[in-house]
Design a protein around this ligand. Structure first.
Ligand SMILES: O=C(O)CCC(=O)C(=O)O
Length: 254
């Protein structure tokens, strides 16, 4: 099946808050990304984030408990491997983002910029949230690209999205102290009922808005799931000075 034209993908992102682009990464590059991902997981070089640090549901209670050394994110993907950096600033990504933002685009090195791993057994689920919760920019208009290096389906911890949630006005009391979307409220539960989990094949990409409510399940398969994730914003939407969002240099995509 042929991909939708880019403009339709962008309209879908504007409407639903996310858009899947099948076969976004060509097979030869996907092979290199997978080789680099596996080598990086074996090398375990800092900066790493562990499941035990996050304490999401299903995570080991501490780094010394069984499974406590399970890696959740290999941070600074851009600095880890040439092929990761190449995909962060790939022309296909840059053109997509420029068409969406309608101006020059910058990639944040402070947000996402990671290789996400989800392990069987100790890989935790992620509750409903908006990525913007800890980000500080002039406008809440950023887009992330999630590159699936392998298949991603509900049984191995795939993402779930609430269509249209990026356009919803949701007061602070709909979220808990960690700014997860509260599931104990009937009005929130009604919203979550509309969630969809797009099945991703290896090399597929999901573009999603920083205000789109999303979550992800546990990995019930027997293989680690790898995804490369970067975040972008338009040149006119600067990170606020003094915040974590402004703490690292950014990469221009022209
Ligand atoms: O893979 C997951 O558990 C979801 C990760 C996620 O939503 C995030 O890091 O914002």
């Amino acid at each position: 099946m042929a991909s939708q034209p880019r403009q339709e993908q962008i309209e879908q992102l504007r409407d639903k808050g996310y858009a899947v682009v099948p076969r976004f990464v060509p097979v030869d590059e996907l092979t290199k990304l997978n080789e680099a991902a596996r080598a990086q997981l074996v090398a375990r070089k800092d900066p790493l984030e562990f499941e035990a640090d996050l304490q999401y549901p299903g995570a080991p209670p501490s780094r010394t408990a069984a499974g406590g050394e399970t890696v959740r994110r290999l941070l600074d993907a851009h600095g880890r491997a040439a092929v990761f950096a190449r995909w962060g600033a790939a022309p296909a990504v840059g053109e997509w983002m420029k068409a969406y933002f309608g101006e020059d685009v910058l990639m944040s090195l402070a947000h996402h910029n990671c290789l996400m791993t989800k392990h069987p057994l100790y890989g935790s689920l992620t509750h409903w949230h908006r990525d913007i919760r800890y980000w500080s920019f002039e406008r809440e208009d950023l887009v992330s690209v999630w590159l699936a290096l392998g298949r991603e389906e509900p049984d191995n911890g795939a993402l779930w999205f609430v269509p249209g949630s990026h356009r919803m006005i949701l007061d602070a009391d709909r979220f808990d102290e960690a700014r997860f979307f509260r599931t104990d409220r009937a009005d929130n539960a009604e919203i979550i009922r509309a969630a969809e989990s797009p099945r991703l094949a290896p090399g597929d990409a999901v573009f999603f808005h920083c205000n789109t409510l999303h979550s992800a399940g546990r990995n019930l398969s027997d293989a680690v799931k790898f995804s490369l994730v970067y975040t972008y914003h338009g040149g006119s939407n600067a990170p606020k000075p003094g915040t974590r969002s402004a703490s690292k240099p950014e990469v221009g995509l022209g």
